[in-house]
Design a protein around this ligand. Structure first.
Ligand SMILES: [Zn+2]
Length: 201
């Protein structure tokens, strides 16, 4: 995920390892804190506690080369689920693969949990994980232009969902299932440039 980020590859190898470890640890620790507050609630119930409504939309999940499952919108805070984005994934997963990749959780649990991480980041005071590592884009003399690494927030949000829902794997794996699922939809035949999971949502 970091290598696919427009700026992540600019970090040197040691910084890449540190950044990914930090993102995974942040997601896991954030989920652990949330579990202490809400030991038995589902992600949907936690969203209700936070007064973050969950809305579903029939909008086209495809924007440019990005396929959307869900996104967090900060003002006002809400979580959008893209029905037409999630449906092919649910069909492809079926019961057997879903159990193997997600345990007891459903894809929608995973996406709501993922977006809850983005909400948590939006309301807390710490520097967002995507801005903790800033590769230099270019420099002239003493001037440096730096950029954040959006993929780190996605890595952290996945680790958060994995920990919160006790998933057997990082949910990034769903992107690979989706690539497979979407390529068999006749209406999507000939799609090119599909970039699952690179959206900063
Ligand atoms: Zn995200």
């Amino acid at each position: 995920m970091l290598r696919a980020d427009p700026h992540g590859w600019r970090l040197d190898h040691a910084a890449q390892l540190a950044a990914v470890s930090d993102a995974l640890a942040d997601g896991t620790a954030t989920a652990r804190d949330l579990r202490k507050r809400f030991p038995v609630l589902t992600p949907q119930e936690v969203a209700r506690e936070f007064q973050v409504p969950i809305e579903t939309t029939d909008d086209d999940p495809m924007v440019g080369s990005i396929w959307r499952f869900a996104e967090y919108r900060p003002r006002p805070p809400r979580i959008m689920l893209y029905d037409r984005g999630i449906a092919p994934l649910e069909r492809k997963l079926g019961n057997v693969l879903a159990k193997r990749l997600l345990g007891q959780a459903t894809p929608r649990d995973v996406f709501v949990a993922h977006e809850l991480y983005h909400h948590t980041e939006a309301i807390r005071s710490e520097v967002p994980i995507a801005r903790r590592y800033q590769p230099t884009l270019f420099r002239i003399g003493n001037w440096r232009w730096r950029s954040g690494v959006a993929a780190l927030a996605e890595i952290a949000a996945g680790a958060f969902a994995q920990s919160l829902l006790d998933l057997p794997r990082h949910p990034r794996v769903l992107d690979f299932v989706a690539v497979d699922a979407i390529s068999i939809l006749p209406s999507q035949a000939g799609l090119s440039g599909f970039e699952p999971g690179t959206s900063p949502s």
